[in-house]
Ligand binder design. Structure first.
Ligand SMILES: Cc1cc2nc3c(=O)[nH]c(=O)nc-3n(C[C@H](O)[C@H](O)[C@H](O)COP(=O)(O)OP(=O)(O)OC[C@H]3O[C@@H](n4cnc5c(N)ncnc54)[C@H](O)[C@@H]3O)c2cc1C
Length: 456
């Protein structure tokens, strides 16, 4: 099979697109998921154009080989992991920003463009591309679209889906389809663009993306608030939204995370607080708004509140959130981030439930997350070589998912399903919806060639 695939590829593609070195193939065969074991790919293909993606798909069809699409491999669910005998199709060489249209405030990009590079390029035109996963410096726009990535500023600006206007997709058949629009509005036909956003590479290969941009907001104002129990923090969050505020960032860092950050990067944090809320506002009235939000925190029992207008000082305050992951990495243990989300008002119940799950299963489970979205990332920290501890971690992982669903939540706020959460998908999607989704997949990919075993 591998020989046949190589023959078919060599007939259609230049040598620089084809990689047969086993070590290189392996390096492109795994994303960042902890437990998910990748299969052994037979070949790595790195197209430089849509025509070359088409050629690669035609070769895979001729040789009857599965295709695993890959962006930058920063996914956390095994969605870009190779399956045995597959062709890994990495889009990293297609990394050109094709157009920035300042009149219509859009841009057209190839999928391999790194998110942070796009932000810098559009900023030169006074424009802003908001989606900002914490992996902004290392993840690709194609991967962001295929996972519907979120991030810190989603609470105000929305997720990747809210910015995708149109796509060019190479289908499993090798045909090239354009979806969406170049105009600000369009009501023609079904929303096929939306179907591909978050599809984790199972419906087609995204080869070009048209994105909406917004005007660059003025620098944000920032507030921090410590609480000595979780409940008042939850109440403050609810009250901030009830009073009509629109924070552009609202993150929570719990006590265990505060302690670990302080241990590795001393910055005078209150390590006895139950949690720290980090908030930003943007726009003309950012300063007034942040003061009002701070007052709400105080009125709801915050033990310490501080707010600043200076963006540099604000950035330093937000640094604690960015340091959580590296601080736990310093322990040299395995890290498994959860990604559940609940409606905002259920956040206190989610946080209390997570504490309970940690205690019952005796696992280390610090929690950080996008409090304004109700999207939490409890972080399982454990010794991956201790089978008994791994078993407890897996139990806790499943219990967090069950807890989120019991609170009207979702099993995957922004990281996707991949293989990591596939076993839980039937717990969230009802049989009718699941049947419709799987039928669409079969319609677009009758041979089941695209990213088999993932997502649905
Ligand atoms: C330190 C760190 C922090 C992170 N923080 C966040 C965060 O805050 N928010 C968040 O949402 N995620 C976060 N992530 C997860 C990850 O960065 C995102 O899921 C990201 O969108 C994946 O992009 P990628 O280019 O690495 O895609 P990959 O991991 O390579 O692929 C992801 C999925 O997309 C598919 N795919 C990729 N490109 C294409 C394409 N062109 N066409 C079709 N399918 C394609 C793959 O098959 C796979 O199913 C984080 C990851 C790390 C390591």
């Amino acid at each position: 099979m591998a020989t046949m695939l190589l023959d078919e590829l060599q007939k259609r593609l230049p040598p620089e697109c084809i990689q047969v070195d086993a070590d290189v193939i392996q390096a492109y065969s795994q994303d960042r998921a902890v437990f998910e074991v990748a299969g052994t790919a037979s070949i790595l293909v790195m197209p430089g154009s849509t025509a070359e993606v088409v050629a690669a798909v035609e070769a895979a069809n001729a040789a009857d080989v599965p295709i695993v699409p890959r962006g930058a491999g920063t996914g956390l669910t095994g969605a870009a992991n190779a399956v045995d005998g597959c062709m890994v199709l990495s889009l990293h060489r297609m990394n050109q920003i094709l157009e920035i249209d300042t009149t219509n405030r859009t841009c057209r990009v190839q999928p391999g463009v790194i998110n942070a590079d796009l932000k810098v390029a559009v900023a030169e035109h006074g424009l802003f591309y908001p989606p900002d996963p914490a992996s902004v410096e290392i993840s690709s726009i194609g991967g962001n679209v295929a996972t519907n990535a979120g991030g810190l500023c989603c609470v105000k600006y929305g997720v990747t889906r809210d910015y995708v206007m149109g796509l060019e997709v190479v289908m499993a058949s090798g045909e090239v389809m354009r979806t969406g629009r170049n105009t600000i509005k369009s009501t023609t036909g079904l929303d096929l663009t939306g179907l591909f956003v978050g599809s984790e590479g199972v419906l087609g290969l995204i080869t070009e993306i048209t994105l909406k941009l917004v005007t660059a907001p003025p620098p944000p104002a920032t507030a921090v608030a410590y609480f000595d129990t979780l409940e008042p923090a939850g109440n403050a969050i609810i009250e901030i939204f009830k009073q009509g505020h629109e924070p552009s960032l609202m993150e929570i860092v719990d006590r265990a995370s505060l302690r670990q950050v302080e241990a590795v990067y001393p910055m005078d944090l209150d390590v006895d607080a139950a949690c720290l809320l980090l908030m930003q506002t943007s726009g003309e009235d950012a300063s007034t708004r942040i003061a009002e939000i701070s007052d709400i925190c105080t009125a709801n029992g915050a033990t310490f509140v501080y707010h600043v207008d200076d963006p540099h000082e604000g950035d330093m305050l937000i640094e604690v959130r960015r340091k959580v992951w590296p601080a736990f990495e310093a322990l040299g243990k395995a890290l498994l981030p959860e990604d559940v989300a609940v409606p905002r008002e259920r956040l206190p119940e989610l946080l209390a439930g997570i504490t309970d799950i940690a205690e019952r299963n005796q696992v280390m489970l610090p929690t950080i997350g996008h409090a304004g979205d109700g999207n939490m990332h409890p972080l399982l920290v454990f010794d991956g070589n201790d089978a008994e501890e791994v078993a407890r971690v897996k139990t806790a992982f499943g219990e967090i998912i069950g807890l989120a669903l019991s609170l009207d939540g979702t099993i995957a706020g922004e990281h996707g399903v991949g293989t990591l959460k596939k076993q839980f998908i039937e717990d969230e999607l009802d049989p009718i919806q699941l049947r419709v989704q799987r039928s669409m997949r079969t319609l677009l990919d009758p041979a089941g060639r695209l990213n088999p075993g993932k997502a649905l």
